[in-house]
Structures are given as C-alpha cells and as structure tokens.
Write a protein that binds this ligand. Structure first.
Ligand SMILES: [Zn+2]
Length: 204
C-alpha cells in the first residue's frame, strides 16, 4: 500500500525536509542520491512564474540505477514511436495532400501539403509514442520489475507535472502551496513522518 503526505511550503522546502538515511525504495543503506524535481507554473500578481523544487532522495545503488534506466526505458521507446510512426504519417499525409492538389494555390514560400503532413505527423507520433512505451513496458517487465511498472507513463507525467524516482512520487499542488509525496514503502513512509513531525500531514 502506498502512503501519501501533504506538506505545506515553505516548511517543506528542500533544505528543510529530512529523508531517512537509507534507500527510500527498499530500505538498503544509502549509496547515492536521486533527484526528485517538483515544478509548476504559478500565477503570481498576474504573471506566470515557474516554481521548481529539487529534492535529493536517498537510494541504494540498485534503485539509483533503476531510476535512471526506468526513465530511459520510457523515453527511448517514446521517442522511437514518435519518430517512426509520426514520420510515416508526415510523409503519407504530405504526399496525399500534394496529390489531391493542395499545393496548386500555394503562396510562395509556404507549402500546404507540408502543414497537413506536420499536423498528421504530430498526432500520429504522439499516439505511436504512447503505444511504443506501453509495449516496451510489457516487454521489459521481467527485467525491471516493480520500479518500471509503478512509474507513471511519460505522457501522464507531462500532463500531471509529477516526478517519479524509485519508491517515491512527488508533485506540487496547483498553487504550489503544498508538496504531495507518495511513498510506495510503508515502513519508510513511517520513518519519514517521524523525521518531519508536524510538516508531514498524512492524506488518505
Ligand atoms: Zn534500494
């Protein structure tokens, strides 16, 4: 069972929060730090300002490397799907648009068929990226196990502004007044709660 905390800012700024002195994912001795980045665009005085917080999260060597490869294991198929399927859609749509005569009344310096191709490539590329990442996740499951399975898909990470390292997920609420942390490991969640006292407010 995952456990979540809602931490008020600025009490939960990176220099004030304390993590247990062992791997946040499996509890093994601390060997490296992974970086959890919580960021959000916030309206302040009618201007959008980026708020970015970087937390050094203790990991053992295995979970540290797992975090890195999980990111690549999502990113590489995501890019491959985008480029391959998006590229094919771009070429097909551009040729088709040209063949049905869309380029006949081009303004010099612009190409209607290229615009059509670009739009088709973008849409099909994103669908392809999504499919490829899902397929890669199924294929890689035996090698990465839970670390990969629990990580949100890249596409949803883009939409949700959430960041994930092995064993821990973090994001800022829309006004950037609270940091939301979710631990996969109950024991380490308890230790985190003890270390941070009143700042760590459990959420159901
Ligand atoms: Zn670990």
């Amino acid at each position: 069972m995952a456990r979540s905390f809602r931490l008020p800012l600025p009490a939960a700024n990176p220099e004030k929060i304390r993590f247990p002195e062992r791997c946040i994912c499996c509890g093994a001795p601390r060997q490296a730090d992974s970086t959890l980045v919580a960021s959000r665009l916030v309206m302040r005085k009618q201007r959008q300002e980026p708020v970015t917080l970087r937390y050094a999260v203790p990991h053992c060597d295995r979970c540290y490397r797992g975090t890195k490869s999980v990111f690549l294991a999502g990113l590489l198929p995501f890019l491959a799907g985008f480029i391959l399927l998006g590229g094919v859609a771009f070429v097909l749509a551009a040729f088709y648009a040209n063949a049905i005569g869309l380029d006949l009344n081009n303004v010099p310096g612009s190409g209607n068929s290229l615009v059509v191709g670009g739009a088709a490539g973008m849409i099909v590329g994103l669908i392809g990226a999504f499919l490829f990442e899902g397929a890669a996740r199924l294929l890689l499951l035996p090698f990465f196990g839970q670390a990969l399975w629990q990580a949100p898909l890249l596409m949803t990470q883009f939409i949700q502004d959430a960041d994930y390292v092995a064993g821990l997920r973090g994001k800022l609420d829309p006004e950037a007044k609270h940091l939301l942390l979710t631990f996969n490991n109950d024991e380490l969640a308890d230790e985190f709660a003890r270390l941070n006292g009143d700042t760590a407010v459990p959420t159901p």
